[in-house]
Ligand binder design. Structure first.
Ligand SMILES: O=C([O-])CC(=O)C(=O)O
Ligand SMILES: [Mg+2]
Length: 123
C-alpha cells in the first residue's frame, strides 16, 4: 500500500522492486490524472518480482504495452506525462479511496468492471 504519492512514483518503483509474492500493490495517487504513476517499465519490474498487479487511484501510461504484460492494472485513466521521482507518500499503512479502506492482508478481486474488496476478517 502506498499512501498519498501525489504525481510522484518513486515509492511505486521501490515497492515493485521488492518481492511481491503474488500480492497486489494498492496506490493512492489522490485521484490525480495529470501524471502517470506506472507504465510498462514498472509493470514489467513488478511482474518480474512476482507482483500480481496494481490498483492505482491515479493514472498510468504505455497502455498498449501494459496489455501485453502479465500484470494486472486497474487505474482511473491514462496520461502520457511522467511523474516526479521525489519519494512523496508513505508505505505500508491502510489507504482509503473510492469510499473503500484497503488494509494490508485484504483480498481484492479486479476485472474490467472494477474492484471488489474482501476485508481480511471476512476471508
Ligand atoms: O517511468 C515512469 O515514470 C513510468 C513509466 O513510463 C514506466 O513505468 O514505463
Ligand atoms: Mg514508460
Amino acid at each position: 500500500m502506498i499512501k498519498r504519492c501525489h504525481e510522484d512514483n518513486a515509492l511505486v518503483r521501490a515497492a515493485l522492486s521488492r518481492p511481491g509474492s503474488g500480492r497486489v500493490l494498492v496506490v493512492d495517487g489522490e485521484g490525480s490524472l495529470r501524471t502517470a504513476l506506472l507504465g510498462d517499465v514498472l509493470a514489467s519490474l513488478g511482474a518480474g518480482n512476482g507482483w500480481a498487479g496494481v490498483i492505482i487511484h491515479g493514472a498510468v501510461r504505455d497502455v498498449a504495452r501494459l496489455r501485453e504484460i502479465d500484470f494486472g492494472v486497474a487505474a482511473l485513466g491514462s496520461n502520457p506525462h511522467r511523474s516526479r521521482k521525489a519519494g512523496t507518500g508513505t508505505t505500508g499503512e491502510p489507504v482509503s479511496f473510492g469510499g473503500v479502506m484497503f488494509t494490508p492482508g485484504d483480498t481484492v478481486h479486479v476485472d474490467e468492471d472494477g474492484v471488489a474488496l474482501v476485508p481480511r476478517e471476512a476471508s
